[in-house]
Design a protein around this ligand. Structure first.
Ligand SMILES: [Zn+2]
Length: 276
């Protein structure tokens, strides 16, 4: 098996299909104090006390409890706003400066920490908490969440005036956060499905940081990069869905390290490549 440095180096050298792509998940933000969804301390559970993410984070649940989901949304926004980016977020900003247009950052996170650190070329495949859209999908319009609504503590409800700001201006139906729920499908319009698959196709080196591969599109991205001859380095401390799905593929490498350990190695190779 090739050493990790060799793989990074070979990926950086490639001239065809030469995107260098990072795929990040909740694990990259845990050092910022944001709990991962699926851990024991998962924020869905913490935020709502009694629901599992798979049932709380669904359109079906929103349909029956829109107010509760909106209150929870403003609670999460508060949690994200109070967190600060960590060294891994900042390392990716530095890497982008060196790689420029070759650099792509695909994130499953909706915490906005990559943007706050300074990353530019970001694709948020699970949506974001800055926008909302009609829950009835009466149009394709996406609206900014009203800034007049203050962020909420865990047990703080939205007032009826505040709820009044969360209606669709076109049809009067309640709006919803522009994020992807567990019972919904990816698409290009809100989640950059086609764009990210095209990026993955043209990627010589795809690095996975802090994702367990439990959702569909990240797996498709890995598949796509491998199919077109790129390398995939999955940085993880234990087996996950990616290892399960791709461990037998020649160009898939599961690298046992923390994100910061890996980024140190990556930066050394990048520096060597830049000065060569
Ligand atoms: Zn509407």
């Amino acid at each position: 098996m090739k050493a990790i440095k060799e793989i990074i180096n070979e990926g950086l050298q490639r001239q065809r299909r030469n995107n260098i792509t990072f795929l990040t998940g909740a694990g990259i933000s845990s050092a910022s104090g944001i709990p991962t969804y699926r851990g024991v301390d998962g924020i869905w559970i913490k935020g709502t006390k009694f629901y599992k993410p798979e049932s709380f984070g669904t359109f079906m649940h929103f349909h029956h409890h829109p107010k509760e989901v909106w209150q929870y949304t403003f609670f999460r926004k508060k949690m994200f706003a109070e967190a600060t980016p960590n060294s891994a977020h900042y390392d990716l900003v530095d890497i982008e400066k060196l790689l420029q247009e070759r650099f792509h950052l695909i994130t499953q996170n909706i915490d906005y920490l990559h943007q706050r650190a300074g990353s530019k070329n970001i694709y948020e495949i699970h949506g974001n908490l800055r926008e909302m859209r009609c829950s009835d999908e009466c149009s394709k319009a996406v609206y900014s969440m009203p800034e007049e609504i203050p962020l909420k503590a865990h047990d703080e409800d939205l007032t009826s005036d505040e709820m009044g700001l969360l209606v669709c201006p076109k049809c009067g139906e309640i709006t919803r956060p522009n994020i992807l729920w567990f019972d919904e499908c990816y698409n290009e319009r809100n989640f950059k499905l086609d764009t990210t698959l095209r990026i993955a196709k043209n990627t010589s080196l795809l690095m996975i940081l802090g994702s367990s591969g439990a959702t569909n599109l990240p797996n498709k991205l890995v598949q796509q990069t491998l199919r077109y001859g790129g390398f995939v380095i999955d940085v993880n401390l234990e087996d996950n869905m990616f290892t399960e799905n791709f461990k037998d593929k020649k160009n898939y490498h599961s690298y046992r390290a923390t994100v910061s350990e890996f980024l140190k190695v990556f930066n050394e190779e990048l520096e060597r490549y830049e000065t060569a």
